[in-house]
Structures are given as structure tokens and as C-alpha cells.
Design a protein around this ligand. Structure first.
Ligand SMILES: Nc1ncnc2c1ncn2[C@@H]1O[C@H](COP(=O)(O)OP(=O)(O)OP(=O)(O)O)[C@@H](O)[C@H]1O
Ligand SMILES: [Mg+2]
Length: 368
């Protein structure tokens, strides 16, 4: 077993596409690291470089205490599961699981023992004599994982392994992967563009955008304190509201103020008070949809633009009633408890939890 480290890794493809810039990231021994980000961000590239399937253009990749830049894929002792895994259709599940071990020339009884253990772990024991076409999508996916696992590699790489599955199955297998990974404690790098998958699966998350690492940390830390507006908007469904605004204060209270409107803050949080002393804005203010509530201290009149009702909650797009310009420029999404949905154009009163405000500078980087 071993951790993984990217040290200042660059990747430029032969056609000049710069897929990764100065990637520095370490994955602890036994850790499950999720790489997440929008399409084209460089996630698969990062995995392929680690697996040795593509040469790196600069920097170093370490597995354990060894720099693997010059090592062939076979000698890196890594197993990879892709979205489009291919099982051998004419072989039974057992033969599919045995295949990588034959390639390693493992003895007959050791092979049988490993296959049986892996099958038991993945709930595949009753299916060992079936062929892939006689399995459901989720079962096939488990065989593909099993085939990677039997080798007992130092590192597991998974590139969107669940995206072919329907939503319910994805949730189920995701929980299985998390459980298995914890039990086996094999260092794992898991790629997804789905932020829900990232939040629920990762010990830590690394957000990649346009080849650059934006932030790395435990899911809740990234959610609560995103390093920049990209991470703030990417994580969460919907993401953080970001708007240009400032803080102002009168005798007793603090307001969030933008052109044409202001929202009094329900309380006067310590951190806002500190910021308000030297910052009037304008800067970028971030507000999670759950920062709004009709039951918070001082409320503000808002006009409803649209409502999405999800049963247990509703996502209501509003703008401050004082903002007469409208036009969606200061549209904010509020997450409210389920209940009777408002109609478009209706006025509602909402309070804002000042503790949940985040401030970003003009470059979009978190302040304070
Ligand atoms: N073989 C290649 N030659 C040239 N450019 C490539 C090659 N493979 C990938 N790229 C480019 O490198 C960038 C990163 O691609 P990559 O596949 O790593 O993204 P990704 O984050 O995995 O995206 P997705 O979520 O869509 O899978 C993209 O701009 C892509 O077009
Ligand atoms: Mg990819």
C-alpha cells in the first residue's frame, strides 16, 4: 500500500492542448480522493498520467516512496475501472475475475482463493458461473470492480465508473464502493463530474477546472468555505448565489447593499462586523440557498420569480422588491421547506442568516 503524490505536474498534449498546469496533490495511504470538475477540466488526464498510459510533460508523480515517471504501467501496480469497462462476454464471471491473475501467473489455488474472496466481498458468489449478458447492469459493474480488485493493487483508479447506471443503482453502488474502499483501505482516486457523488464519497475532494486545481479538502470544508467563486458555484445543487454587493451599517444594524436595494442582516455576526470596518465593497458576496428563511429576525420583502417544488423543499428564485430594475440581475435562489408553493410575482418576506455570508475579492478569491 502507498500514497500518491503529484508534484508540479504539467500535461500538454501533442496538439498543444494544455490539460494540466502545475498540479500539486497528495493522496494519503488508504485515502479515497475524489477528483471533480466540469468536462474538459483534466480529471481523466490526471488519472491516465498516474496509470502511466500517457507521458507527463513536466513534474513528478510518486507512488509510495518511488518516483514513477519512468515506470511502465505494468510496474506501477495500479488497477483502473472505467465508465466503459469491457468484460469478456464469452467467459463466466469466475473466468473474468481469474483473468488478471493468470496474467500475473499466480498459482491455481491462490487464484481460486482470491477470486472466491473477492466474489464474496462483492456479493458475486451466486453469480460466478454466469456470463456477463446474464447479469444486470449493476452486477456487471461489480464484476468490473472485482476484476480490478483481485489483483490487490497498491492504488485504485476509477473514472466515472457509475455513469452508465440509473440513478437508484448509482446511489446503491456508490455506497458499496465507499464501504469497500474503507474496509480494504486501498488508496483510491475516483473521478466524477457529479458534485453530489463527490460530496458523498470522498474523504477529501479535489476540484479541477481548466487544468488547474482550485481547492482540496474534506467535502464539508469546501462547501462551507469555498476558496473561490468557482468552487462556491460548482458545489451544491444549486450552487452558491454570487452577487456584487457591499456592507453598510447604520446605528444598530448591518445591511447587505447593492445598487437599488439592501437586505438587513438578521444578526450582526462578529465576522461581518470585522469586515464592515474596512470593507464597504463592492465585492462579491456568496450566499448558500439555505441562508434564507422566512423565520429569521429582520426580513425583507422579496418578489418571487420562479418556484421549483421538490416535495420536501422548494427552490424559490427571488429578487429584493426594492430592486425595481429587475431583469434577473439580482436573482437569488432560496431553499425553503416544503409547503404551499408561491406564485410568480407574489411577494414574500425572507430573512438572511448573516453568519452564512461569504466574501470574495474581485478575482473571486475568498477573503477573510
Ligand atoms: N489525446 C488528447 N489529445 C489532445 N487533447 C486531449 C487529449 N485527451 C484529452 N485532451 C484535452 O485535454 C483536456 C482535458 O481532458 P480530460 O479528458 O482530462 O478532461 P475530463 O476532466 O476528464 O473531462 P470529462 O468530464 O468530459 O471526462 C480537454 O481539453 C481535452 O480536450
Ligand atoms: Mg474524463
Amino acid at each position: 500500500m502507498a500514497g500518491v503524490e503529484y508534484r508540479h505536474v504539467d500535461k500538454t498534449y501533442p496538439d498543444g492542448t494544455r490539460a494540466l498546469s502545475n498540479l500539486c496533490l497528495s493522496v494519503g495511504d488508504g485515502e479515497l480522493m475524489v477528483l471533480v470538475g466540469p468536462s474538459g477540466g483534466g480529471k481523466s488526464t490526471a488519472l491516465r498520467l498516474l496509470a502511466g498510459l500517457d507521458p507527463i510533460s513536466g513534474g513528478e508523480i510518486w507512488i509510495g516512496d518511488e518516483c514513477v515517471n519512468a515506470l511502465s504501467p505494468q510496474r506501477r501496480d495500479i488497477a483502473m475501472v472505467f465508465q466503459n469497462y469491457a468484460l469478456y462476454p464469452h467467459m463466466t464471471v469466475r473466468r473474468n475475475l481469474e483473468f488478471p491473475l493468470r496474467m500475473m501467473r499466480l498459482g491455481r489455488s491462490a487464484t481460486a482463493a482470491r477470486v472466491n474472496d473477492t466474489a464474496a466481498l462483492l456479493g458475486l458468489t451466486p453469480l460466478l458461473e454466469r456470463r456477463p449478458r446474464e447479469l444486470s447492469g449493476g452486477q456487471r459493474q461489480r464484476v468490473a470492480m472485482g476484476r480490478a480488485m483481485v489483483r490487490q493493487p497498491r492504488v485504485f483508479l476509477m473514472d466515472e465508473p457509475l455513469s452508465n447506471l440509473d440513478a437508484a443503482l448509482r446511489t446503491q453502488i456508490r455506497a458499496e464502493i465507499a464501504g469497500l474502499q474503507r474496509r480494504l483501505a486501498i488508496t483510491t482516486v475516483y473521478v466524477t463530474h457529479d458534485q453530489v457523488e463527490a460530496m458523498t464519497l470522498g474523504d477529501r475532494i479535489a476540484v479541477l477546472n481548466a487544468g488547474r486545481l482550485q481547492q482540496v479538502g474534506p467535502p464539508q470544508v469546501l462547501y462551507d468555505r469555498p476558496a473561490n467563486t468557482f468552487v462556491a458555484e460548482f458545489l451544491g445543487n444549486p450552487g452558491m448565489n454570487i452577487l456584487a454587493a457591499g456592507l453598510s451599517r447604520d446605528r444598530r444594524s448591518l445591511q447587505l447593499r447593492s445598487s437599488g436595494w439592501e437586505i438587513p442582516l438578521a444578526e450582526l455576526p462578529q465576522r461581518c462586523r470585522e469586515l464592515a470596518q474596512h470593507l464597504a465593497g463592492p465585492f462579491l458576496v456568496g450566499l448558500r440557498p439555505e441562508a434564507f428563511s422566512p423565520r429569521l429576525g429582520t426580513t425583507t420583502e422579496m418578489i418571487v420569480e420562479t418556484v421549483e417544488s421538490l416535495g420536501h423543499e422548494r427552490l424559490v428564485t427571488v429578487r429584493p422588491a426594492a430592486d425595481t430594475k429587475g431583469g434577473g440581475q439580482t436573482s437569488l435562489v432560496a431553499r425553503l421547506r416544503g409547503g404551499q408553493a408561491e406564485g410568480a410575482g407574489q411577494k414574500i418576506e425572507l430573512g438572511l442568516d448573516g453568519e452564512q455570508l461569504r466574501f470574495f475579492d474581485e478575482q473571486g478569491d475568498l477573503m477573510g
